[in-house]
Design a protein around this ligand. Structure first.
Ligand code: URA
Length: 195
C-alpha cells in the first residue's frame, strides 16, 4: 500500500525531474532542434491532470505547455468546467517539439515514457484526462482509436482516466466541441464539480 507523498516532497520531486528532462538528449534530433523542453504546469497537488501530445512552436518558444491556439482553447474548456489552469496540472507525452508538429514516433514516446509516468506518479491525481489519440494510446498502451476510448473509464495506477478529442482537432472540426463538452460533463460529475 503506497503512501502518497506530502506536498513539499511532491513539489521537490517534480523540480528534480524537471531538471533531468531539461538535460535530456535521448532523442538527439529533437534535442538539437529545441529551444526549450516543455515539462508541465500546475501544482503537484492537482486532483486533475490533462495529458497532451507534444509541444508545438509556441510551447517550444516559451517552455510552457498549451499556450498556442490549441492551448487557448484548452484554457476555455477548463474555464467552462468552472476551474482555472491553476487548479489542474498540464503535461504532454513528449517534452520536446517534433519537427513540423508531426506525431511522436514510437521510439520518442518510449524515450519520454519514464518522464510522463514519473510526473503522474509524483502527482498521483485522482483523475487524468487524455487529450487525443497520442496521449490516450501512450498512457493506456493500447492501439484503439480515440473514438473507441471516449465515454469509458480506465484506471492508471490509482487515477481514473477519461479520454477526449485533442483541442487541435477541435480547431479543425468545431462541431466536435459538443462531444468534448459531453466528456467534460462526465468528468466533472465524477469529480463532484457541479456545472
Ligand atoms: N498540443 C499539445 O498536445 N501540447 C501542447 O503543449 C500544445 C499543443
Amino acid at each position: 500500500t503506497a503512501v502518497p507523498m506530502d506536498t513539499d516532497t511532491r513539489t521537490r520531486a517534480l523540480a528534480v525531474l524537471r531538471e533531468e528532462v531539461a538535460a535530456c538528449r535521448r532523442c538527439e534530433p529533437l534535442a538539437r532542434a529545441r529551444t526549450h523542453t516543455v515539462f508541465g504546469s500546475g501544482l503537484a497537488t492537482a486532483r486533475l491532470c490533462f495529458l497532451g501530445e507534444a509541444p508545438g512552436a509556441d510551447e517550444d518558444a516559451s517552455g510552457e505547455p498549451f499556450v498556442g491556439r490549441a492551448g487557448q482553447l484548452l484554457t476555455k474548456i477548463i474555464e467552462a468546467c468552472t476551474l482555472s489552469r491553476d487548479d489542474v496540472y498540464i503535461l504532454n507525452v513528449l517534452k520536446c517539439r517534433p519537427p513540423e508538429n508531426r506525431r511522436p514516433l514510437p521510439d520518442e514516446t518510449a524515450n519520454c515514457r519514464g518522464y510522463f509516468e514519473k510526473q503522474l506518479e509524483i502527482i498521483t491525481p485522482d483523475f487524468i484526462c487524455c487529450l487525443g489519440t497520442t496521449a490516450a494510446q501512450a498512457l493506456l498502451q493500447t492501439d484503439e482509436p480515440i473514438g473507441a476510448l471516449r465515454k469509458r473509464w480506465f484506471t492508471w495506477r490509482t487515477s481514473q482516466v477519461i479520454c477526449t478529442y485533442h483541442p487541435s482537432y477541435l480547431l479543425r472540426n468545431p462541431p466536435a466541441k459538443r462531444e468534448v463538452w459531453d466528456d467534460m460533463k462526465l468528468l466533472m460529475a465524477k469529480m463532484g464539480v457541479k456545472l
